[in-house]
Design a protein around this ligand. Structure first.
Ligand code: BGC
Length: 768
């Protein structure tokens, strides 16, 4: 039956009810018309389908599934074919478990190394992020289900993630934060997309017609549905108007009643409601899983190992200490040798089918006093990589560093195996002769690492993000994360290598860097308007893969832009001694910049330098090309030579006064203020509640184990209470709670009771 015909047979109540969740992770069914409920599941690097009690924080167990390396890890492979295959494997497992929408990949730009969810995201660069995310989507959707790229957009911090306003200038917004999503939408046609929790320049992403309608649908041609992040709906009616479809999770009809009331009052046109429902059902009916199945657990585990092998980065290899020879006596030490950390915490947490351990790879573990080589495992700990919590510094735990330094006194032949889904300071790097970075390698990451250490696999990964010497070098250090209502993106375009190169700040390991057990040479660069070609030769004695990177620099004097920007890459496998000609396309992103006067992308006419490099800092070939421009006048922009814009520059780029970045502690607390704000509430009772929550948070942090529930509550705005409690509380009850919080105890309690009675009555009578 045609979808319009189906919709024409629905009551208004039924229409409204289909636009919000039925449970934590399912939609509602409408059996009368043969519409089944569908399952949406995390996640980005493994399926997290909760069969029993469901939560969105990874607290309760889910069905066993393969845990693949996280996005931050796979990004180091720079391998879109591999990413597509990971997508296929995820799609197979999701479909086998009856999941119709897989909530990933996550592709937010890594603005700052301390963001707690960086392990779930690809890169500091939008081109690389977009290309890899598009490959995931193609793979996932090849299995007949929907991928759901997230979180759209400018969602680069966890602190107050549901209430925070990302204040960002138009060039940075379009050139950095939206470009990755543009690539994913245009190149892989995702059937769904998740809006982010945060505001962008004063408006919640999920309420923004500019973002969801104009940019996403009209300009990029998105034809799927938009789902809110869990509990991320702010103004339900405005969300629908703006182009958001499905609200998750279930609110027992509370949100649906708001929509019905808006139709009845004329605030929302029924035709628009029908249109949103049609757009949603077009995907829903297409991806509804008809039959559950099974997947080959061992084959998927083996593939997860291959994915990890391709993503490991060799950072240092003095005296060719690696690969280890068969006769090398190894002492394997450090906490991760027997207890690997291979994924981060939060909604992406996978209940792995099995987990490999590095200790098993070495039959005999020699004492450091007698070994030829010490393999020392170190890295970030669980509390440091979790949804809901940003790190407070970029260091590794001092006890690990002390142990490394002590071992060096015993035996200088040390290989550090690093585990971390995000950059760390490495002042200890001199203490190791070799450093291999496994990031978070998924359930088979340890076996992959063992094969790299022993040389069965030649490492070919390259960093998808820069490693500064010290956190203070990061352009957003000092303003990230802000603990107030806004987050000021004052570094503008100059994130990661875009800043380090432009401001000539030295880094420990540059973007795109990674070593191999062999060596490569580059020659014969040729450039046309549509592609660059060159020859890469493996001049070493082992087979291996090389990742060639194409960067573009604009020489137009009036255009302020980063020193150079990644606009293409190619990975090529070469046998020892072999040469291959590679071709890297120059696409529509190669020469464009966002013009804040014409409000669209333009091209500055003139000379461009095209660089081919083994990393952003290791350019092997350069040539120039003249490009015709679009002729628009180029507005001024920040030079990026200093860390960030002054007040005057920032206000000029925003084209408005800078909003206050401090809470107004004298102001009443509102629905959109995070619960943590009750630290300054008028009500003593509310302040007491805050002290309890804060105490629990601190205790968990001291124990080194994140309490995700507490973190979620701490960062959540009051309106989230109505969205996240399965319909036990509605917005009127939240307003009553706020009356209490704002110092009117008796009035608030009275309102609360009244609102609860009205809600219960409505729930009994109406749509659920
Ligand atoms: C996360 C999303 C996730 C959702 C459902 C949210 O807290 O931000 O990434 O998909 O929960 O678990």
């Amino acid at each position: 039956m045609k979808i319009q015909t189906l919709i024409s047979q629905m009551t208004l109540e039924e229409k409204c009810s289909l636009l919000s969740g039925g449970t934590q992770f399912t939609t509602k069914a409408l059996e009368r018309l043969g519409i089944p409920a569908i399952f949406l599941s995390d996640g980005p690097h493994g399926v997290r389908k909760q069969a029993g009690a469901a939560d969105h924080l990874g607290l309760n167990p889910s069905l066993p599934a393969t845990c693949y390396p996280t996005a931050a890890t796979v990004a180091n492979s720079w391998d879109a074919d591999l990413a597509e295959q990971i997508g296929e494997h995820l799609g197979v497992e999701a479909a086998a478990q009856g999941v119709s929408v897989l909530l990933g990949p996550g592709l937010n730009i890594k603005r700052n190394p301390l963001c707690g969810r960086n392990f779930e995201y690809f890169s500091e660069d939008p081109y690389l992020s977009g290309k890899l995310a598009a490959a995931y989507v193609r793979g996932i959707q090849s299995q007949g289900i929907a991928a759901c790229p997230k979180h759209f957009a400018v969602n680069s911090q966890e602190t107050f993630r549901m209430a925070n306003d990302s204040v960002v200038d138009a060039r940075a917004l379009h050139e950095l934060y939206l470009t990755a999503f543009e690539i994913v939408v245009k190149e892989s046609r995702p059937k769904s997309l998740m809006s982010s929790y945060n505001k962008i320049n004063g408006e919640y992403a999920n309420d923004s017609a500019l973002l969801l309608q104009k940019t996403l649908r009209e300009q990029w041609g998105f034809d799927g549905f938009v789902v809110t992040d869990w509990g991320g709906s702010n103004d339900r009616v405005q969300g629908l108007i703006a182009g958001s479809h499905l609200e998750m999770p279930a609110t027992k009809g509370n949100s649906d009643r708001t929509v019905m009331a808006a139709i009845q009052s004329g605030e929302l046109a029924e035709e628009l409601l029908d249109q949103r429902l049609e757009e949603l059902l077009a995907v829903w009916l297409d991806v509804a899983v008809k039959e559950e199945g099974s997947f080959d657990v061992q084959a998927h585990h083996a593939f997860a190992q291959k994915a990890a092998e391709q993503s490991i980065v060799l950072l240092k290899n003095e005296d060719n200490l690696l690969p280890l020879k068969p006769e090398t006596k190894v002492s394997l030490l450090g906490t991760f040798a027997a207890n690997p950390r291979y994924q981060g915490a939060g909604s992406s947490l996978v209940n792995s089918t099995q987990v490999d351990v590095l200790a098993k790879a070495f039959a005999v573990n020699y004492a450091p006093e007698t070994a030829d080589v010490i393999v020392y495992t170190m890295g970030l700990e669980a509390i440091e990589e979790t949804e809901g919590l940003d790190r407070t510094h970029m260091k590794l735990r001092q006890s690990q560093i002390d142990e490394l330094l002590a071992l060096r006194e015993i035996n200088p032949n040390i290989v550090v195996v690093l585990t971390a889904g995000s950059p760390v300071e490495m002042p200890w790097a001199d203490a190791a002769k070799a450093i291999v970075h496994g990031y978070l390698g998924g359930q088979a990451g340890a076996s992959a690492m063992a094969r790299v250490l022993t040389g069965e696999v030649n490492p070919s990964g390259k960093l998808a993000e820069s490693y500064p010497f010290y956190y203070e070098d990061v352009p957003s250090a000092g303003i990230f994360p802000n603990h107030g209502p806004t987050s000021e993106y004052r570094e503008g375009l100059y994130v990661g290598y875009r800043y380090y190169e432009t401001a000539a700040v030295e880094v420990r390991y540059p973007f795109g860097y990674g070593l191999s057990y062999t060596a490569f040479e580059y020659s014969d660069l040729n450039i046309s308007e549509t592609e660059a070609t060159c020859t890469v030769t493996n001049v070493g004695s082992r087979d291996g893969s090389e990742i060639a990177q194409l960067y573009v620099s604009c020489e137009h004097e009036a255009l302020q832009a980063p020193m150079k920007e990644l606009k293409g890459f190619a990975k090529v496998f070469l046998k020892a001694g072999e040469s291959k000609k590679i071709s890297i396309p120059l696409d529509d992103k190669a020469f464009r910049y966002y013009n804040t006067s014409t409000n669209q992308f333009e091209v500055a006419g003139g000379n461009y330098r095209i660089h081919i490099g083994a990393s952003s800092a290791d350019i092997r070939l350069t040539s120039s090309i003249a490009v015709a421009g679009t002729g628009a006048d180029i507005p001024p922009y920040f030079s990026g030579k200093t860390k960030r814009m002054t007040d005057e520059e920032f206000a000029q780029q925003l084209a408005r006064p800078i909003p206050s970045h401090d809470w107004d502690t004298a102001a009443l607390i509102t629905r959109n203020d995070p619960i943590a704000r009750v630290a300054h509430a008028k009500s003593g009772l509310a302040r007491l509640v805050f002290r309890v929550i804060d105490g629990k948070k601190t205790k968990a942090e001291e124990k080194g184990k994140p309490d995700l529930n507490i973190l979620f509550i701490y960062n959540m705005p009051f309106r989230g209470i109505a969205k996240m409690m399965g319909g036990m509380v509605d917005m009127a009850m939240v307003d009553a709670m706020l009356t209490v919080v704002n110092g009117k105890l008796f009035k608030g309690v009275g309102q609360l009771f009244g609102a609860w009675r009205r809600m219960r009555k409505a729930q009994k009578q109406g749509i659920t």
